[in-house]
Each structure stands twice: as C-alpha cells, then as structure tokens.
Design a protein around this ligand. Structure first.
Ligand SMILES: Nc1ncnc2c1ncn2[C@@H]1O[C@H](COP(=O)(O)OP(=O)(O)OP(=O)(O)O)[C@@H](O)[C@H]1O
Ligand SMILES: [Mg+2]
Length: 506
C-alpha cells in the first residue's frame, strides 16, 4: 500500500447538488462545506456514533462524518502518517503486546517529537489518532462501515460511484444505500491489498479474483484491476454479525414458528438430514447456525466449511475448514470440502454439518448420513424440486437410494426487504417427489403436521411412539421453545429439554 493514498479518503466526500443520476437516489443530497453532507428534504432515520464518527442514516443515504480537520491539520497528519508508516508495519501494531490503540498513541507522540510537531498535534490529538488508527490498523475510509454493526453488507463497484451499504434500519426505505464515501483507484487498491493480506489470500493481475475471510469474520469477494471487472478494483463484503442470531432470536423475530422449530428439532434429534435451500442472502446459514444450537449438547458435532461461519457452543465441536492454495507457486495442495467431508465421518461425529454444498462433497455428506450420522447443510436452490434435479444430475449425481435419506428441504426466503422467513418445508414421498408439509402463512397445528409428515411418523416408529405420541412430543417441545422465548434463554431451553423423558431415551 502506497503512502500517497493513506490519507486520501478523508475529504473526498460524495458531492451532489440536486443532481440526478440514472438511479435517482441522490437527488436530495447537498454538500455544505468540506466533508459536510446534508440531506435537504430528508429526516434522518437514525443517528449514532461509531467511535469518533457520527453516522446519520437518511432514507436514501448513509452519511459518515469523521472528525473535521483544517487544511493545516491535514498536512500535519499526512506527515506524521508517512513517518509512522515507514517506521512500523501494521501487522506489528496488531500483534504488539499492548492494545493497538495504546501502541499507536505512543508511536504518534514519538513521531511528533521527532518531527517537532508536539505542540501542534496536542491541539487535535484525538482526531489525529483517529485517522492514524483508521488507516494503519483499520481499513481506511471504509473502516466505519466495517465497524458499524447495523451495516450488513458493503459494496464497491467502481470509482465513479459511492460505496453502497445494506443497513438494517434503512431497509424499509432503500435496499442499497449510497454512502458519502467515494474511493479512487489508489484507495480501492490499498483496501483490497490490505484485505488480501489480512485474509491470507492473494490477488494480482494473474489471480484477479478472491473470496477471502477477514480476521474480523467478514467475507469479502474482491477483484483486482480491470482483469475481470471493467470498472476496476471492486469488493463486496458480507459482514459477520457481531452476535449471531440464536434460535430464540429467530423465533422472536418470527423467522419461524415454535411449531416448525419443534418439528426440525425432532429431526435433528432423530439424526435426520436437513437441507436448507434459498436464494443468496435469504438466511440459510443463519438458520443452520440457529438450528445447530438445538442438537443435544453431549453429541459430537463435526462441521465442514469453506469459510468459517458456524458458531456453536457444544463442548465436542470438531471444526474443519478447507484450505485453498494460497501461494502463486501452489506448493501447498488444496484440501477441499469433499476431502474434508470424507475425513469428517472418520472422526465419529454424531452429527455432521457442511456449511454449504456445491459439488461432490454432497455425496460424501449423503454417505455419512447413510451410515447413521445426522446431517445438515445449505444448498443454493430456489425450490426442493430444482434442488432434487441438481442433486440427481451430473456432476453431483447422488444415487436415488441415497436421496431417500433426505428428511426435509427447508426453504428460506426474503419476503420483504430485510424480512426473512422460513417459507416452506418439504419432504419426499416414495417416488422422491417433494410434498409440502408446511408453508409460511398457512395455518397448521401439531396434529396436522404429524398427519402430513412421513418423516415424523417414521421417527415415531423408531422411538416407539404412535401418531398420538409423536404429536405430544411435538407439542411438548413447542411449549418448551415458547417458554424459552419468554425467558430469553437458550440455556434454560436446553436444560428443560434434557429432562424430557422421551428425548432422553435417544
Ligand atoms: N432470520 C433472520 N432474521 C434477521 N436477519 C437475518 C436472518 N437471516 C439472515 N439474516 C441476515 O441476513 C444476512 C444474510 O444471511 P445468511 O448469511 O444467513 O444468508 P445465506 O442465505 O446463507 O447467504 P449466502 O447465499 O450468501 O450463503 C446476514 O447479514 C444475516 O445476519
Ligand atoms: Mg450462507
């Protein structure tokens, strides 16, 4: 990363005065003074601070106001920044024994002393420290977006456009919200190189795309130069939620009903096989994570992932993450999901979770389920029918006999901007046709669910329960879940569940 751009993102603000763009989203934006963007006609949706940055969210724009600096102060910071930049590696700051902020603070004073700027810097030390932190240990101008927990996704697709975000509180107004942050080529290159370095990945003209994982847990899909993206350097960041949504959260925000949660819980306990499907960002991984919390605590769970998104609290959680070939020379062989999944079932899991299946790893997972382990995964498909078609045809080619092992397909859907629900549950009949046992919005009770569900009746048979018995179990679990929602405690739920006679037996 060159020094020249280290400081550049500060004042290059998105300027627009009643101008219209093809999208028409910025028409009410006006620039008042340096770095001060004011929306003329819009009331803010919310306003808060992320550290020293004041964030104002308008229905059509996200505005981050960083500490204001005079021209002279900017020059001072630029000098200090290059001094610090040449005297310390960012990685060194991050790995120092002291907290990075303390370390940088000392460094800033030291550099100021060396350059004879102590008295000058004393006037605006906090602001100076903010910018130095932002650019040395943070991600430069977009740092605030990565630290703002309300921002779900960050997208940058070209120099002439602002950085866009998906913001939780603005979703009922705008899906992608332009921010007042605009990057030039140097900014974008610097950010992407930083992400590649921290994500232990590599991007260059020879390897122009990369899907990488930042140390903060965010997933970034980046492109280098104009190799595959004619607009130049681009990136899209899926933020890792600070607190993953629990099953209690999902019940509270009506993503799913306690009855359906009880149904899925039963399948998990019976070591069934759940495939969660849906479009991109429909909430598949979130549901997978939440459901995993319902797997009995004393089971051994092996998870297999490309990007580590699963977080569960089981003491016997055995986590496997694939390894990509990182070096240009490719000296270290890749270890992919297929190999890891095969490896996983030699590790005696009670339950095997593959974060997302796309290729032949699905066969390894199905085989694991066939040998008596429970299984759960996500798959990118719009319906159970299309998922089945793809599972049956090359290159996946799962044999029909194995497809019978799928307990159910769960479809996630974003029904309105930002509102994700468990939309449908389908099981397979004898001819492998998907049949709906539950659809969002249609009334269903435990008795009807048991009547419709081939899988529940099968579980009942194995557990020695008749139709009435399995219905009672479903009801009992449902009220446990409802009580847990009232109490807001997953722990209480797990403790209560352990007391349920019928469950204890299996
Ligand atoms: N039920 C939910 N309630 C509220 N927010 C949700 C819910 N499910 C997902 N989200 C949010 O939506 C975003 C996308 O979720 P998630 O990663 O689970 O989707 P996905 O379907 O797995 O996406 P992909 O296809 O990219 O793997 C995340 O920011 C997540 O926090
Ligand atoms: Mg996912």
């Amino acid at each position: 990363m060159g020094v020249t751009h280290l400081f550049s993102g500060i004042t290059r603000r998105f300027r627009q005065e009643k101008r219209r763009d093809g999208l028409g989203v910025w028409r009410d934006v006006k620039v008042v003074g340096e770095g001060e963007v004011v929306l003329v006609d819009e009331k803010p949706i919310s306003e808060y601070y992320i550290g020293k940055v004041k964030v104002t969210v308008y229905p059509t724009m996200y505005v981050a106001r960083e500490p204001h600096l005079s021209q002279r102060q900017k020059e001072v910071i630029a000098r200090l920044m290059s001094h610090i930049y040449y005297s310390v590696e960012p990685e060194h700051v991050l790995n120092a024994e002291e907290p990075p902020t303390t370390y940088l603070e000392k460094l800033l004073w030291k550099s100021a002393a060396k350059l004879g700027l102590q008295s000058v810097i004393a006037d605006f030390f906090d602001s100076a420290l903010y910018y130095i932190k932002r650019d040395i240990i943070g991600y430069g101008p977009i740092d605030v977006l990565l630290r703002d927990p309300e921002v779900e996704e960050v997208s940058f697709i070209g120099y002439s456009q602002p950085v866009f975000v998906i913001h939780r509180r603005a979703l009922s107004h705008s899906r992608w919200l332009p921010t007042n942050i605009v990057l030039d080529e140097d900014d974008a290159r610097g950010i992407i190189q930083k992400m590649a370095q921290r994500g232990r990945s590599h991007v260059s003209a020879a390897f122009p795309i990369s899907d990488l994982l930042l140390p903060e847990g965010h997933r970034a899909a980046v492109s280098y130069g104009r190799e595959v993206t004619p607009t130049g350097f681009t990136f899209t960041i899926r933020k890792f939620p600070q607190k993953p949504l629990t099953i209690i959260d999902l019940l509270r925000n009506h993503t799913l009903t306690p009855l359906i949660a009880s149904y899925l819980w039963t399948i998990l306990r019976a070591r069934g096989f759940i495939i969660i499907i849906g479009a991109t960002a429909s909430g598949k991984t979130t549901l997978l994570n939440a459901l995993a919390q319902l797997i009995p605590m004393d089971w051994k769970i092996v998870t297999v992932e490309d990007t580590p998104e699963i977080r569960i609290g089981h003491p016997q959680w055995d986590r496997l993450v694939s390894r990509k070939t990182l070096t240009i020379e490719g000296t270290a062989p890749e270890i992919d999901l297929f190999e890891l999944t095969k490896f996983a079932w030699r590790r005696r899991p009670d339950f095997l979770i593959v974060g997302e299946v796309r290729g032949r790893e699905v066969r390894a997972l199905v085989h694991a389920v066939a040998s008596g382990h429970g299984g759960m995964t996500t798959f990118h498909a719009s319906s159970a029918r299309s998922a089945m078609l793809r599972l049956m045809s090359p290159p996946l080619s799962v044999e029909k006999a194995f497809l019978m092992l799928i307990s159910c397909f769960v479809t996630m859907r974003e029904i309105r901007s930002g509102v994700r629900v468990l939309y449908r549950v389908e099981e397979l009949d004898e001819e492998l046709n998907p049949t709906t046992v539950y659809k969002y919005g249609e009334p269903v009770d435990p008795a009807l669910l048991v009547r419709r569900s081939r899988v529940l009746k099968e579980v009942g048979r194995v557990w020695g329960l008749d139709e009435d018995g399995i219905r009672r179990l479903i009801e009992e679990q449902k009220s446990l879940l409802e009580r847990a929602v009232e109490m807001g405690s997953l722990k209480a739920l797990i403790e209560e569940a352990a007391k349920l006679e019928v469950i204890r037996a299996f």
